[in-house]
Design a protein around this ligand. Structure first.
Ligand code: UD1
Length: 440
């Protein structure tokens, strides 16, 4: 199992390219299932989750061609993927593939809408919480689908005599990102109008809608909490570039801030990171949109002020940035309270950060109080390197940030979590001057 060895203490300086967003690429790969024409996606990040999704749709009979970018430097590849679902033979997502990646459930809506049937494994539990998919099922049922759960699979079909889903007004019980995406994709081929109320407003949902519009879908209001879709009979192929990954950009913002660095995050979209950037500025970090990216300058963690926040849906503070910002708080000055409201078990990085010398107290798994070490700098209290274990994707990134500031060597074990969602993270960090290597 690969590990990352980090020798901390160097400020991150220079330029780093931000890749396409994992959470946009995954639904967009599934959107290709909606048409028999070829679809070409640009700026697809090289991630384990993307590889899993490609395996999943190949397994259905979709032709997948990865077109390497011959001009790419190590950490700056915009992958091109061409998908042809014209010969799709098996509208099925088996447990073996789904269990490794929850987002596989995104195949359900498109398969059902185009073929009138789909069999998709239930994803099961996941490290950060129970994460049910009841809202996906409820929404598709409102559109006329008959769905039964048998032997761990969701078996969905249209009623006898029906050839298409039918439009419906759907209000989900909570804001769900992949739920909105599944229903949005399904609605593009339904008969009549679908209105999604309480829809997720994340930029990845809006980017998916933009892609679907290029395919001939009729969608209004994407990026707001009410999305209207007029179903069409068929969609056609398209070319689309995946939007930049705001969570990868946010992770680099925190890493540069924590190490007292100065960097340009190329292709980064500051307008997708308002809540995080506001907190960084309040902490004392300079962040500014610049031609072609985001500039970040930090006076060093010991000069920064720890910031409290609550995770909420977009445009609020993203749960996917909670762990990384906590690593910054750990080394800043003052005390901050962080509340996680989206997932029930998303503080697994806390115990690992404690192993590095952080001062954090948690109550009921939802609230963490961080006493920053920055204020204690004159007395010599600092993070000190140790072996730590990555437990989920964003927790891993938080440990890497902590390792970059800790004294001595930090060994981050189980970094397959990191590889699921970060494109060449260690190469990108090395490009900014970090002393980091992968040990196999
Ligand atoms: C997506 C993101 C993930 C991010 C999360 C929240 C992808 C591939 N993943 O995950 O990185 O952390 O949004 O921003 O885009 N819920 C239900 N029933 C449902 C659906 C959701 O109870 O049918 C609950 C979940 O358990 C959770 C909350 O709703 O507590 C939000 O989850 P959701 O937005 O659906 O997360 P994902 O789409 O799985």
């Amino acid at each position: 199992m690969d590990k990352l060895l980090i020798r901390g203490g160097r400020p991150l300086v220079g330029e780093v390219p931000i890749s396409g967003a994992k959470n946009a690429a995954l639904p967009e790969l599934c959107a290709a299932l909606l048409t028999a024409d070829p679809v070409t996606l640009h700026n697809v990040p090289r991630l384990q989750d993307v590889a899993t999704m490609l395996r999943l749709i190949r397994n259905m009979g979709v032709q997948v061609d990865r077109i390497a970018n011959p001009d790419c430097s190590v950490a700056d590849a915009a992958g091109i993927v061409r998908l042809d679902a014209g010969g799709l033979s098996t509208p099925e997502a088996p447990y073996d593939l789904v269990k490794t990646m929850r987002a596989s459930v995104l195949a359900l809506g498109p398969l059902l809408a185009r073929f009138g049937e789909a069999t998709v494994s239930l994803p099961g539990g996941c490290a950060i919480g129970s994460r049910p998919v009841d809202q996906h099922i409820k929404g598709l049922q409102a559109m006329g689908a008959q769905i039964v759960v048998e032997h761990g699979y969701m078996i969905a079909r249209l009623p006898q005599g029906c050839t298409r889903l039918r439009g419906a007004r759907i209000t989900t019980d909570m804001v769900t990102v992949t739920g909105t995406e599944n229903l949005l994709m399904a609605a593009t081929l339904a008969e009549g109008e679908t209105v999604l109320e309480n829809a997720a407003q994340e930029p990845e949902v809006a980017d998916l809608a933009e892609m679907l519009i290029k395919m001939g879908a009729r969608i209004q209001g994407h990026g707001t909490s009410r999305v209207r879709i007029q179903g069409v009979e068929r969609l056609h192929g398209c070319e689309h570039a995946v939007v930049a990954d705001r969570i990868e950009a946010g992770t680099f913002l925190c890493a540069v801030a924590a190490t007292g660095g100065d960097a340009l995050l190329r292709h980064g979209r500051a307008d997708h990171l308002d809540a995080v950037i506001d907190k960084l500025r309040d902490a004392g970090v300079q962040v500014a949109p610049e031609e072609g990216g985001i500039r970040v300058r930090s006076p060093g963690a010991a000069q920064l002020k720890a910031q409290g926040f609550r995770t909420t849906e977009y445009p609020g503070f993203p749960t996917d940035m909670q762990a990384q910002f906590m690593a910054l708080n750990v080394v800043a000055q003052g005390t901050a309270t962080v509340a996680e409201t989206i997932f029930e078990n998303r503080f697994m990085h806390v115990n690992e950060l404690l192993r590095l010398g952080a001062k954090i107290q948690t109550t009921d798994g939802r609230v963490a109080v961080i006493e920053g070490l920055g204020g204690a700098a004159p007395t010599g209290a600092r993070l000190s390197g140790a072996t730590v274990m990555a437990t989920d994707l964003r927790a891993s990134a938080s440990l890497v940030i902590a390792g970059l500031v800790a004294d001595g060597e930090t060994l981050v074990d189980r970094i397959y979590h990191l590889d699921r969602g970060y494109d060449c993270m260690e190469a990108k960090l090395r490009g900014l001057g970090a002393n980091i290597e992968r040990i196999q």
